[in-house]
Design a protein around this ligand. Structure first.
Ligand code: MBD
Ligand code: FE
Length: 288
């Protein structure tokens, strides 16, 4: 595989291209195979989901024209490969809320569709892989990883991935180096890390696919606030999947994916060296 993920210079970021990549990524991971099929559980969940749909049809006297529009739209979501996007934007936040309701450490939030495992491993102080003249405000993101009892977690892994200054993710938009703005930072013996990167832009989900069509038809907006994605892990501790946002940034108050929590909002200050911003944020991991 070459370094640059692109076919032609004119290739555009399309809903179908990023959707197909996200669908392939999801298929390649094991999690989908993990759910055991328990007949009673499937009966309960599928029956209640269908009953909720029947109730909506009766309450709103849904017409055949509307039923056919829904059918056509559902078919198109699959053809666009946008099921990962649809589910992660409008459903995952509740699954995450239930999965992590008993954590004592950091709040987490949704993973979203654009995680890629096995990003390049980097030392405790590192600059994320980026283009020579990567646009955007420089950001120094630093902190410490500890257990709930305060013990520093020596060698914790901080996997970080985020969009560029145009709102694009490497491996899901054409023309970006494979690992652009993605890395696995290994904390020092005290659990400390210092990551040099740039601030991501707010992210607009693709408007040219079926999710975009729903948004336009319903009069919603397509925006997520600017965010850093993280997976923080250490042996013997629960993996933390989180996102961090920037106070005062656009759409922090009305994220289309409902994934903002007050504990996940950063307050960056001007950098000590005068170049961009810096912020400290510590991670606390629950025992496994
Ligand atoms: C994203 O970048 C994202 O994080 C989520 C949750 C959904 C769509 C795009
Ligand atoms: Fe994202």
């Amino acid at each position: 595989m070459t370094d640059i993920i692109t076919e032609t210079p004119a290739e555009q970021a399309t809903a179908a291209a990023s959707g197909t990549a996200a669908t392939e990524r999801f298929r390649s991971k094991q999690r989908e195979a993990a759910a055991d099929v328990d007949t009673n559980r499937v009966d309960t969940l599928a029956s209640e989901l269908l009953a909720a749909a029947h109730d909506i049809i009766r309450r709103h006297k849904v017409t055949y024209a509307e039923y056919d529009a829904l059918k056509a739209w559902l078919i198109q979501v699959g053809e666009d490969g946008e099921w990962p996007l649809f589910l992660d934007v409008w459903v995952e936040h509740v699954v995450e809320e239930i999965a992590n309701e008993n954590r004592a450490g950091n709040k987490g939030t949704i993973e979203g569709p654009y995680y890629v495992p096995d990003s390049p491993r980097l030392p405790a102080e590192a600059t994320l892989p980026m283009r020579e003249n990567e646009e955007g405000t420089p950001l120094l993101f630093q902190g410490q990883v500890t257990a709930v009892d305060g013990t520093p977690l020596d060698g914790a892994h901080i996997e970080i991935w985020h969009a560029d200054n145009d709102g694009y993710y490497s491996q899901y938009a054409p023309g970006l180096p494979k690992w652009n703005l993605r890395g696995t930072v290994v904390a020092d013996e005290q659990g400390n890390f210092k990551i040099h990167t740039i601030e991501p832009a707010p992210y607009q989900i693709p408007t040219d696919g079926s999710c975009g069509k729903l948004i336009a038809a319903a009069g919603w907006h397509a925006w997520r606030p600017a965010h850093l994605h993280l997976k923080v892990s250490a042996p013997g501790h629960q993996l933390l999947t989180a996102q961090l946002y920037f106070r005062g940034g656009s759409h922090v108050e009305d994220d289309i994916a409902s994934a903002v929590k007050p504990e996940l909002i950063l307050d960056p200050a001007l950098a000590a060296n005068g170049n961009g911003h810096e912020v400290t944020y510590d991670f606390v991991l629950d025992k496994a």
